[in-house]
Design a protein around this ligand. Sequence first.
Ligand code: ADP
Ligand code: MG
Length: 566
Amino acid sequence: MTTHRPIAILPPAVAERIGAGEVVERPASVVRELLDNATDAGADEVTVEVRGGGLELIRVTDDGRGIPPDEVELAFRHHATSKIASLDDLLNLQTLGFRGEALPSIAAVAEVELLTSDDAHDSGTVVALRAGEIVRRRRTARQRGTTVTVRRLFYNVPARLKFLTTGRGETLAVGQLVRRYALANPALRLSLLLEGRLSFRSSGSGRLATAMADVYGATVADTLLSLPTRQIEGTTIGGLIGSRGVTRSSRDQVTLIVNGRCAACRSILLAVEAAYRPFLPRGRHPIAAIVVEVPPGELDPNVHPAKTEVRLLREPAVAAAIAEEVREIMGHAPVRPPADADFSLGAGQYRLPLSRRRLAEAPGPRWPPTPDEQQVLDSTLPTMRVLGQVDGSLILAEAEPGLFLIDQHRAHERIIYEELVRRAGQGAMEAQALLEPVVLELKPHQAALLEERLTDLDALGFRCERIGRRAYLVRAVPAVPGRESFTANLDALLEDATSDADGWRGRLMTALACRSAIRRNHPLSELDMEELVRGLASTAAPAVCPHGSPLILHLGRDFLRKQFGW
Ligand code: ADP
Ligand code: MG
């Protein structure tokens, strides 16, 4: 914020529009409020000190613009703020703070001392408060900036103390908040001291990638994929997301940053988690920092008194766009083991995180294909040179950024699957007559479902004809662009066509692709391999098979350098 006005009490008409409720729920909420104040004051460097889970001490020191001596008292009054003055300001917020409630709320439940100095005055001011009232005030020397010290939090609210987790739990919550804060404010140099020891420090480089490295370490940061900046209806989305190789066992490592605020937005977080689901092993969750910029008037940060949630005007559209990007990126990203993965003989084996998701969730084009999904997307796979086949099952290839191992079966599955979806979408699925028609004997409810789906099946190339109460004759099957014959056990293949679960067409096509794809342990000519790699590069999700399992392993130059110790 560049403009600065004096602190003033909000007119009742504005104050009434501000969500009432408890601002200070736990130590982390105090830290958040004090960090917000430091950020709004234009600080470059902020230090957070915490002792005893924040109940003993929280101290936040900033180098921001400070508070003029004659405004210090006012800062502790309810609804006193320098950040907004009118309803209009409230609807077009430029600052993190706006309620004028944090300092008075904290001072009501703790012993507070504030030391502050602005540029315009020779000396700074210290005030000490008890039960919300100033009990001591003097002048003091201090460089520009503010230090707020909060001691004995909730000493006068025993009921609140009972509801807090252990000191350790509160410390963890503060640690998590400070790290998220560093992601939301990459230009801020932020330090966290726990019990006097440095626990976290961000470099303040101004780059999200650096902030992610500060929080998750350089090894993880190196494997992050970028969510390209994209505009949708005036909203900009972007960020960095973790690949399938770096996951966490808890759900809370997706940080959402909306107009510089780290706050939850349920529908977006759920959409991200859902988009990742088919790509991650069961029980594992993604790491990501997602940055959303909306016009201030489209953001409501006023939904939760402790600022933990925000609401967006175009939330469903924004959530859908982010989820689409995540799916798109994950569908293209080869598995890349982190450079420090231990491959040495005898050491713990590196295990590829495979996932076998429900087919209905499989990534890539779905049934019915939407116009967007039918067009072949630009592949991010580099142009590869095939070097040979490994174990009759993997294609070894090289490209500018290192070595690639491609699972030939899954690659072929992906190619066939997309071709089938494309043909079916254009109503161009060809049928091939079976030399010997196959008889299907079905259970009554299966027969009923098949009867309903005869036209749909016809469009997919399956010509079935009823020959008895529950018996059908399959006369033709789709002409699949595969290698293997898939007509053995047709009844098992058509199981999906008589299942009452949704997405049966997509599953049927996945099963077709799986059956007709080249198998593992099958020698391939150089030409075959080249064709396969080329075909894969033009699919919409070249990194995963239609079941969602990874199909490319990428050993990059950094990886090789590290492994060989060059
Ligand atoms: P709000 O942030 O919603 O305005 P607060 O109670 O948090 O309300 O703070 C009241 C006012 O005190 C702020 O509007 C701001 O002018 C001033 N203030 C608080 N903390 C700081 C700080 N660290 N640096 C400069 N000014 C501050
Ligand atoms: Mg504030």
